[in-house]
Design a protein around this ligand. Sequence first.
Ligand code: ADE
Length: 257
Amino acid sequence: MYFHVLTLFPEMITNSLNMSIIGRAVEKDIISLEAVQIRDYTLDKHNKVDDYTYGGGAGMLMQAQPVYDCCEAVQKSIESAGRKRSRVIYVTPGGYTFNQTMAQEFSEEEDLIFLCGHYEGIDERVLEEVVTDYVSIGDYVLTGGELPAMVMIDCISRFVPGVLSNSESAMTESFSDGLLEYPQYTRPEEWHGKKVPEILLSGHHANVEKWRLEQSLEKTKRIRPDLYDSYMEAHPPVIKKKRRKSTQKPLANEETL
Ligand code: ADE
């Protein structure tokens, strides 16, 4: 998968995402990460990429021309490599909120272009021409789109086959089943007077699974009641019927529990 990040601060991307799991995937050529300097495309003789907003108001806006030419250059490089033009994600607090389902959907693309704004944003006319998706990482405002782009690239990459090792992808995680993750423990068995829950030492797999589900349910209900309600709607509790006396004939629609 090919990620292209259009930015005024390419080092932010290249210096941060070339480590750990993502760095390993880049090294193995499973994903490729290109940070493109928008300023390199300005036609302004002073290398300017921003200007005042029409109608007044504080702050500067990124101009249409360098953003458009930068984006077109990247799209052309993708096409000349024999791939189809890419979706262009404008990273903005005014977009749809990013989530795990979106990440999975984006991971099915061959290329993705992220457009990172700075200052007060980007001239609307170029957004209308190049952007296919407006995506935010949450209801708070950051100084630029680079960190959100990195968050999304990290999350999307986890869905790309080969990025995670078997053990990494087998891990049960928050959100994979709509619940928050249960608590986990490693050695030593006792630390600062706190013991690992007895059940985890029992070796009884079914009981361990049951305990983990209970912990997940309790934590999700407390911290994310919205997720808990959706989970309960999708997994209504099974109401056990009273056992009938074995001598009695079962009812026609009675389940065997
Ligand atoms: N740019 C600034 N804040 C942002 C956010 N919360 N999400 C996406 N892009 C942003």
